[in-house]
Design a protein around this ligand. Structure first.
Ligand SMILES: NC(=[NH2+])NCCC[C@H](N)C(=O)O
Length: 298
């Protein structure tokens, strides 16, 4: 396994609820670095990217809330991720809400990588400023990375698109807005909803996802939204949706991705300790990362 570099992004500007800015603390508190070191991995925590203070935050555009703040955070993250990937290390980005993925994908692209994406999420995150029902940018990062939406997001840190639709797979979807569904169909990305996971099994879904994201690319970026998991296992998220990925399916998915040997970079996002129960979701995040980076029963 390549060296791991942890980057915290304590930002909640992609949505309206406070608390997800404490996600990096919650995940660190659950023992992330220590547990990965116990596995024999080379792990360094690079600390947090700077995030504007909430006292100065403002909404100029109801369809792109806190746009200036999101751009500032994602631009700073993009530069750190670019440097880590260019050094041959794996960035492990701790959100923050899912808007931070705009910065991490831009950073992987800026390092010169042609990559695929596995987007593990209850939602599509394929809205643009034209389709969004909420104005929350955390519902837009996958669209932005594919070159759809406002230029200040699609061209952040470099030209659009950051990733090609033929190498993008959405896993775990079960809450998609009507106009967003149309965009998803038109985009040409592959979607495995919960129905497909039920019918095919997580093993087959991940084998196919790894092939689509990995074949013909330099590697795979995993964008792991904890709300992909069922709220039973990950209650501390801002937009929970019933009927999600189980504890066992989640671990299997991470193990298969580890076995593929194709992992390039990772986001772990949407952990909100204010909504959590005794840091259950922070601990779940750490456990999944351990499986992703090679932990096994025996
Ligand atoms: N990464 C997330 N949790 N995204 C939630 C998005 C919710 C909704 N589709 C919206 O655009 O507002």
């Amino acid at each position: 396994m390549k060296p791991i570099r942890i980057i915290g992004v304590p930002s909640d500007y992609g949505q309206g609820r406070r608390g997800v800015d404490m996600g990096p603390s919650a995940i660190r508190y659950a023992g992330l670095r220590e547990k990965l070191r116990d596995m024999g991995l080379d792990v360094t925590d690079l600390g947090d990217v700077p995030v504007p203070t909430p006292e100065t935050r403002h909404i100029d555009n109801e369809k792109l809330k806190y746009l200036d703040e999101v751009i500032a955070v994602c631009t700073a993250l993009c530069e750190r991720v670019r440097d880590v990937v260019a050094a041959g290390q794996i960035p492990l980005v701790l959100g923050g809400d899912h808007s931070v993925a705009i910065g991490s994908l831009a950073g992987v692209a800026a390092a010169g990588k042609r990559f695929g994406v596995i987007w593990f999420d209850a939602h599509g995150d394929m809205n643009t400023d034209e389709t969004t029902p909420s104005g929350n940018i955390h519902g837009m990062p996958l669209a932005a990375s594919l070159g759809l939406g406002h230029p200040s997001l699609t061209e952040l840190g470099g030209p659009a698109p950051k990733v090609k639709a033929q190498h993008v797979v959405l896993v775990g979807a079960r809450s998609v807005d009507a106009d967003e569904a149309r965009l998803i169909r038109q985009s040409g990305i592959t979607v495995f909803t919960m129905a497909e996971i039920d019918r095919l099994g997580m093993g087959t879904v991940m084998e196919q996802a790894i092939r689509i994201a990995g074949d013909g690319t330099d590697g795979i970026h995993l964008s792991l939204d904890l709300d992909a998991l069922d709220p039973m296992f990950a209650p501390g998220v801002g937009t929970p949706v019933n009927g999600g990925v189980t504890y066992r399916e989640g671990h299997l998915a991470m193990e298969l991705l580890a076995d593929s040997g194709r992992l390039l970079s990772v986001d772990v996002v949407e952990v909100n300790p204010i909504l959590d129960h005794r840091n259950q979701t922070g601990r779940m995040a750490v456990e999944l990362v351990e499986s992703l980076l090679g932990k096994r029963v025996m």
